[in-house]
Design a protein around this ligand. Structure first.
Ligand code: SAH
Ligand code: SF4
Ligand code: F3S
Length: 454
């Protein structure tokens, strides 16, 4: 039977963290029953959704330059007798709300991250009404209870949001304001979604949350559980070979979770654990509520539990009050831990956050220099980590064709991209490889064998 509804085309642009990537998928899922099918370009789109990020100034500004371009497209379509519903979703929508309409009155819908389940209703209202529709409340109902179960397959590697929001209120960060209070999804819902993803072909799942390891909730047995326990339950899902999670906070890195790293084979030996700074003065000013020594202790315990674990982190340079000595303390911490990879940023003042109005703002040229120095050190460590893989054997999940003809590519347990010669028929398999060489951003390898039964 052919579908009687004419296809409507949906174009999405997604910025920001992996949670936004996941949310964009869910928005597409919620619009699919209305006949919306994804399109890669905005030109022929009946609806465009910008899923935005507010974390740094530059991230937020991109939205308005994109809106400027879309305005012309919307005008051209209107002249041709075609409509275009223009929606701004995500953290800029949440933070700026009606301000967006003041700057870009041609926007039809502004919707915060907790309202995506209401999207069909908003689209209907926008096409009926003359004015724009704004939804930026934190509704009492859980959006996950109202999003459809029938989700489009994500492929071999998938994301699964288990926790959203943040109560930590770091001095510099907008997330507690844009994503609201910390909330966990029930274990049963998480496990059901994991089983569904695996049934649709996913072998690796990355659990997502702004503070993913703060997850807590009732287990299937009704007893209260924490994140380490959830990981163990997930590891029992047949066919789920690899589990990762991001982003975690050092304060929620409890012994139960550290033990899981030692005991759960499916939990990959790679952890993104942001520290932001190595100076206790700065950590206090940032309201991180842990010290550099606390962080080093956690790393030590993790390495005891899982000797081959590799770490990545986030760093901010130039937070208000940061002196040269504070910055040096960050370099010292990096030298001590040795990171396999990292993200680093210049402090960007965000309206409404405590640090934005704090004394001791650091000059831009100082931030620039510190960032360069920090990134040079981190790059050196990443290159060393990859180079040290040469000669080792490891398991690679083959995710697709490689860079060159005759090549396939995949992911190492440490999230490194791996390229090797091999047949496309191995896509979807976990294979054992020997690493030929490590480069700054990837590894090259030779195939040894396909894992038995994999
Ligand atoms: N929940 C995570 C990270 C969320 S945001 C955590 O607690 O670590 C991702 C990263 O962006 C942060 O770790 C931080 O390094 C960076 N970031 C957040 N706000 C920033 C700001 N105002 N300026 C520069 N970097 C920022
Ligand atoms: Fe932002 Fe801090 Fe919460 Fe992370 S823990 S999301 S940096 S407030
Ligand atoms: Fe950006 Fe919001 Fe994620 S501010 S980093 S999209 S939680």
């Amino acid at each position: 039977m052919t579908d009687p509804r004419p296809a409507r085309r949906l174009h999405m642009i997604t910025w920001g963290c992996q949670m936004n990537v996941y949310d964009s998928g869910r928005m597409a899922d919620v619009l699919a029953p209305l006949g919306y099918v994804p399109t890669a370009v905005p030109d022929d789109a009946d609806m465009v959704i910008l899923n935005t990020c507010h974390i740094r100034d530059r991230a937020a500004e991109k939205v308005f330059s994109e809106l400027g371009r879309l305005r012309l497209l919307k005008q051209a379509r209107a002249e041709a007798g075609q409509g275009m519903v223009l929606a701004v979703a995500g953290c800029v929508a949440q933070a700026e709300g009606a301000e967006i309409l003041a700057r870009a009155p041609y926007v039809d819908i502004v919707l915060g991250p907790q309202t995506y389940h209401k999207l069909p209703e908003m689209v209907a209202r926008a096409s009926r009404a003359a004015g724009a529709v704004i939804e930026t409340d934190f509704p009492v109902e859980d959006k996950f209870d109202h999003l459809p179960d029938a989700a489009a397959p994500q492929g071999l590697t998938a994301f699964l949001t288990i926790q959203e929001g943040c109560d930590k209120f770091c001095s510099f960060c907008v997330v507690p304001y844009t994503r609201g209070a910390e909330a966990s999804r029930p274990a049963a819902a998480v496990l059901a979604e994991a089983r569904r993803l695996v049934a649709q072909g996913s072998r690796e799942i990355t659990l997502l949350g702004q503070n993913v390891n703060a997850w807590h909730g009732a287990g299937p047995d009704g007893q209260p559980a924490r994140f380490g326990q959830l990981v163990r339950w997930l590891a029992e899902v047949p066919g789920l070979d690899r589990i990762r999670y991001t982003t975690s906070h050092p304060r929620d890195m409890d012994d139960e979770l550290i033990a899981a790293h030692g005991e759960v084979a499916a939990l990959m030996p790679f952890l993104h654990l942001p520290v932001q700074s190595g100076s206790d003065r700065m950590l206090t000013a940032m309201n991180r509520r842990h010290t550099a020594a606390d962080y080093l202790r956690i790393v030590e315990k993790l390495r005891l539990a899982r000797p081959d674990i590799a770490l990545s982190s986030d760093f901010i340079v130039g937070h208000p009050g940061e002196t040269e000595a504070d910055f040096q303390a960050t370099l010292d911490l990096i030298r001590e831990v040795r990171f396999a990879s990292a993200f680093s940023f210049k402090y960007s003042p965000r309206p409404g956050t405590p640090a934005a109005g704090a004394a001791g703002q650091v000059a831009e040229d100082v931030k620039d220099r510190r960032l360069q120095e920090l990134q040079a050190l981190l790059r050196e460590q990443q290159t060393e980590f990859n180079a040290a893989c040469a000669g080792r054997t490891m398991d690679v999940l083959v995710t697709g064709p490689g860079r060159r003809p005759g090549q396939i590519g995949g992911r190492s347990p440490w999230l490194q991209p791996v390229h090797m010669a091999g047949p496309q028929s191995l896509i979807g398999r976990i294979v054992t490889v020997q690493i030929a060489a490590g480069h700054t951003n990837s590894l090259t390898a030779t195939l040894i064998e396909e894992l038995a039964g994999a």
